[in-house]
Design a protein around this ligand. Structure first.
Ligand SMILES: Nc1ncnc2c1ncn2[C@@H]1O[C@H](COP(=O)(O)OP(=O)(O)OP(=O)(O)O)[C@@H](O)[C@H]1O
Ligand SMILES: [Mg+2]
Length: 219
């Protein structure tokens, strides 16, 4: 199955969600994680570098912490500008056949790559932050999901209290991930925060949110 993480607003936690969900799911499933953001946030979050070569989608992957990570590469910029949505959707579906779950991290827009990732998705997850502009963005995302005939599951990031909004295609869970320094420390080290927590032998503060989210997605 394909799990796409989406929100056209920047900095809301898409990459954090993608890497931690993939890491948590990989404990019980065969998981791939593809970085469709030319900026390569997921790539660096797993301690890798963006590929300077232009590759086909799915052209390179590296197994890290039991997650098969497909790093961002130069070719993504071309696909964003001139790519064909149907071809991208077909490639993503083809890649996903090798996994129980393929998690897709997307750029902060609703361009070719993000729309292709939405169309190919079996499940769509959207982190939402409780600021007014972010809530406005959630409404716009809802309209786009409606036009594509897709549904998404949302959770709240950077907050102890979950956002409650009535939208047609986005269902809000009561999951709320508070602000935590661990995310920043982990991303500096190039490891998912839930992995960082685990190896440091810290209490399972963050991982439980992603386990909960994973449960909602897989049910
Ligand atoms: N709950 C949180 N507490 C503290 N820091 C967080 C939290 N969630 C995410 N961050 C940090 O906020 C920054 C932005 O998060 P992230 O990169 O996941 O967002 P994004 O939606 O992928 O951004 P972009 O749209 O630029 O790709 C990162 O430095 C990340 O480590
Ligand atoms: Mg990102």
């Amino acid at each position: 199955m394909i799990v796409t993480v989406i929100n056209q607003k920047g900095g809301v936690g898409k990459t954090t969600t993608s890497v931690n969900l993939a890491y948590v799911m990989s404990k019980t499933k065969n998981v791939g994680l593809i970085d469709l953001d030319p900026e390569g946030g997921t790539t660096t979050s797993f301690g890798m570098k963006r590929e300077k070569k232009e590759l086909p989608l799915g052209g390179k992957s590296v197994n890290i912490f039991n997650v098969e990570v497909f790093p961002a590469h130069i070719g993504l910029l071309k696909l964003e500008l001139n790519g064909d949505v149907n071809e991208i959707v077909n490639s993503l579906k083809e890649i996903s056949k090798n996994f129980d779950v393929l998690v897709i991290d997307t750029p902060p827009n609703l361009g070719t790559l993000a729309v292709s990732a939405m169309i190919s998705a079996d499940k769509i997850v959207s982190p939402v932050t409780p600021q007014p502009l972010a809530l406005e963005a959630a409404k716009n995302l809802d309209s786009r999901l409606q036009s594509l005939g897709k549904k998404a599951i949302a959770y709240t990031n950077f907050s102890k209290k979950s956002v409650e909004m009535e939208l047609k295609s986005i269902q809000f869970t009561n999951i709320a991930i508070p602000q935590s320094r661990l995310f920043i420390d982990a991303s500096r080290l190039g490891v998912p925060a839930s992995r960082y927590e685990e190896v440091r032998g810290k209490s399972r503060k963050l991982v439980k949110y992603f386990e909960e989210l994973s449960k909602v997605i897989l049910e």
